[in-house]
Design a protein around this ligand. Structure first.
Ligand SMILES: NC(=O)c1ccc[n+]([C@@H]2O[C@H](COP(=O)([O-])OP(=O)(O)OC[C@H]3O[C@@H](n4cnc5c(N)ncnc54)[C@H](OP(=O)(O)O)[C@@H]3O)[C@@H](O)[C@H]2O)c1
Length: 323
């Protein structure tokens, strides 16, 4: 069988390395090139293969059927354009082309790759904007309520979430050194100012919600994983709330609806969103508490990017993804 040639831009970063690993193990893909910036020339291992990272400027974009861009925001969009112009399909893992970021027709024309909600738009798409890691967990959790207009109009959705340190990328930062992170737990971007907020607000609005989101992220002293606790004021007390998620996601291979709150151990190194939901006791207004967990580098980045690429290429959606 002829394999699909894939290029990874930003392959020395956390998301890019995960992509190389998944592509190397994928039954229908082969890695054509893997690029880096300051670490060009270094060798990395993916699925037992040794790969030499080339400078991004040297990447033969026209040799690839599909390119993943795991470059930083601001840098990525130019390379996405270049790869698309060279004839490759492109999955952009940066925020550059996601809803709520940038402006203009380009963003509107590019499908948002929250796979389970946007599948029809992703089939045969030429470029897809892969979602952010926090938005993946939070929007998948909220979608069944928004689809049925069950969130109180104008109410604030409160999200307290925590991520492992790979969410911040590979670039060294003093506050991410082992001794600063280990055995500690702290909030960051406090005051509703995290860069993922615009993306979540835009998609909630696109899904029919009229709500504010109050989002407080925290830094977990682990390498990977996100756990989000989402508090949602709802219009009525539901007899069996979990049924909504079971109905919407029961057939989905990468969404797990659980009777008990998920933990990171349930999801790390897997391409899944795992979530639970209950009504909050001891409050006057009907309120749901949803807990959602993902691996930020898998369903939050590289895994979902492969899922989207599979759809764009017309191959089985689950191909090459650990269940
Ligand atoms: N980490 C996550 O959990 C996560 C989740 C979802 C989405 N994303 C998105 O995925 C993208 C990559 O994230 P990451 O965490 O993997 O970042 P990262 O670890 O910092 O890696 C960034 C990559 O881009 C390269 N790079 C940096 N500046 C460049 C430039 N000016 N020109 C060309 N290449 C350049 C780096 O190369 P050198 O190292 O060789 O300099 C590295 O390969 C970002 O847009 C991020 O928002 C990340």
């Amino acid at each position: 069988m002829n394999k699909i040639t894939v290029g990874v831009l930003g392959a020395s970063g956390y998301a890019g390395r995960e992509l190389c690993e998944l592509v190397a193990r994928h039954p229908a893909m082969e890695l054509g090139f893997a690029s880096a910036n300051s670490r060009a020339g270094e060798r990395v291992r993916a699925a037992g293969q040794s790969i030499t990272l080339i400078p991004t400027d040297d990447a033969q974009l026209d040799s690839a059927d599909l390119v993943f861009s795991a470059l930083p925001h601001g840098t990525s969009a130019t390379w996405v354009e270049a790869a698309a112009s060279a004839g490759a399909k492109v999955v952009d893992l940066s925020a550059d082309l996601r809803p709520g970021n940038g402006s203009g027709q380009r963003v509107e024309a590019v499908p948002y790759g929250l796979t389970e909600l946007m599948r029809p738009e992703l089939l045969d798409a030429d470029i897809v904007a892969n979602p952010g890691c926090y938005p993946t967990a939070i929007l998948i959790a909220l979608a069944p309520l928004l689809a049925r207009s069950l969130v109180v109009k104008g109410a604030t959705i409160n999200v307290s979430a925590a991520s492992g340190t790979t969410g911040a990328g590979f670039t060294p930062k003093p506050e991410l050194m082992f001794a600063e992170v280990a055995e500690d737990f702290r909030a960051y971007s406090v005051g509703n100012e995290h860069r993922h907020l615009n993306e979540m607000r835009a998609v909630v609005s696109n899904l029919g919600g009229d709500n504010d989101i109050l989002f407080t992220p925290h830094l977990l002293p682990v390498a990977r994983g996100i756990l989000a606790t989402i508090t949602v004021p709802v219009t009525e007390r539901l007899t069996n709330p979990i049924q909504l998620w079971q109905e919407m996601y029961g057939h989905e291979p990468f969404i797990e609806v659980s009777d008990t709150p998920p933990s990171l151990r349930d999801v790390v190194r897997r391409n899944v969103v795992r979530l639970s939901v209950v009504h909050a006791a001891n409050v006057r207004q009907p309120t749901l508490v949803i807990v959602a967990a993902i691996d930020n580098l898998m369903k939050g980045a590289a895994g979902q990017a492969i899922q989207n690429a599979n759809l764009m290429l017309g191959i089985p959606e689950i191909a090459g993804l650990p269940s």
